[in-house]
Design a protein around this ligand. Sequence first.
Ligand SMILES: [Cu+2]
Length: 579
Amino acid sequence: MTTGSLLAADLVIAVLAAGGWLGGGAASAARRRPLALGLAAFALLATLARAITITALARAGWWFAAEKVLIAAPLSLAAVAVAGPRLLRAAGDIRSVAVPLLFAGYATSGALLVTVLHGYPASAGAGLLTVAGVVAATAVSWRALGARPSRTVSRATLVVAVAALVTGTGLTAVPDGVPDVPHDHGYRDARTVSEPTRRFTLTAGTATVRVGGRDVAAWAFDAQVPGPELTATVGDVVEVTLRNRDIGRGVTLHWHGYDVPNSQDGVPGVTQAAVLPGQEFVYRFRADQAGTYWYHTHSVSDIGVRMGLYGVLVVRPGPMTGLDVTVPVHTLAGRPLPAPRTERVETGTPVRLRLINTDSTTHRYALAGTAFRVAAIDGFDLRGPTSLVDTAVLIPAGGRYDLVFNAPATPVALFVDGRVVYSTGEVSTATTAWPVLDPLRYGVASPAPWSRIDREFTLVLDRGLDLHELLPRYAHTVNGAADPDIPTQVVRLGDIVRFTIVNRSQIVHPWHLHGHHVLVLSRDGKPAAGSPLWLDSFDVRPGEVWEVAFRADNPGMWANHCHNLAHADAGMTLHLMVS
Ligand SMILES: [Cu+2]
């Protein structure tokens, strides 16, 4: 069983246990004896079963189980200890066990709320607040059912409630860590770069574009979705003038995967101000990384990218050889892009398919009709990629894979989520059952480029209640905090930094660090065994633990966030300061 399914199973069992106890309490209050006993027995079993899931989760990593061990386990024990013996002795009036059953229900529900609303790390405040809530709810039930809480219970309630109130701020406090560093709003000028050789102008504006035979309202660069494809050759200087015609919420250009100087990175409020209607901004950087990249707005990025403000950036190492096809996949107004394309290709032609996922969720790509190699991921060439047949690849949000092959005499087709997007003729192959390539086991390994780690950070991804500015929201959190309350990671220029990224939520988080490519060290404790993988976007699935490292060689304040842009906007964004 994977840690992800364990997390889900534990949650389901916790819900069943809490529901069983509460239902049993209500049934016994209503003197429905068989129902009350049945529900209580069921709840008892479910509560005991959690011992298994919690132990297994703790073995997978403390991050997955901390609050369950520290808060849920004691509360579950209390529930069983209070309700269990009374159930056995409930020979007379079933109503006499109503309060103990309700207590067990409140205890298990409280523990569940801690997991769902608070998550990792566990805090004393959360624990005390929960205990106070349980005691208070039990006292109220006691009174409502005609019994009176004893003096001791009333006093205990008061003491715990006061303690919880005093320490309850622990619920919203960020864990101790690196102190926050104010963002540098003195936007530095672009690093002086002479001799621009590739000049482009992109004008952002609202537009109506045709997708799948339907006109849809979009936000577009130069009135097209995707925006114009920008190409350059290694050594060129790229100069892009961004103009905003009428996007009221502002636009910027972020060069996804391109490790540009910080001032050119296009993150509003961090590296520049958003470009408002009527304004312009000129980006300049040297194209020194070959490969497949893309650009997109980083201003209200979730809406902006979804509405169409993105395009392809390809940097070639030299003159183009063979056929070079870019496939930027996107979902616009619920319709898939690009439109399917078929072209005749001469047998033997070397073909490079540049697959780009510009959506916020993973896509599955399958190339049928030919053997192929994955030549590059996220712009970086793989070492010793072997030939693959009938194998699918999963590309995370923001990620890119370059597939290469020599055109066979028979047709070839590229499927994205089962739909043909590019082909050289008619191909009818079922690709849905194909195995998926694991990039951590593909290609030839080489020794790590560093023998030391200077700084380490753990990022535990979860959901939680965020009370920032008193507007409660169910945020996507990192270490229990949501943007802008996540402490900035501060490192020195040249440091080798290791991130341990833990996903204890129920959804995939495609992680994306700006300004740097990270080298994958391990996933779930198993070292990466294939070609060195230098990624800028990687899916951390529920229950997964990724270890990645990078040399902090690009000075500045960098965004470090989930590239499911809705998650990024809902709290899952922090910053890395390299100075
Ligand atoms: Cu996410």
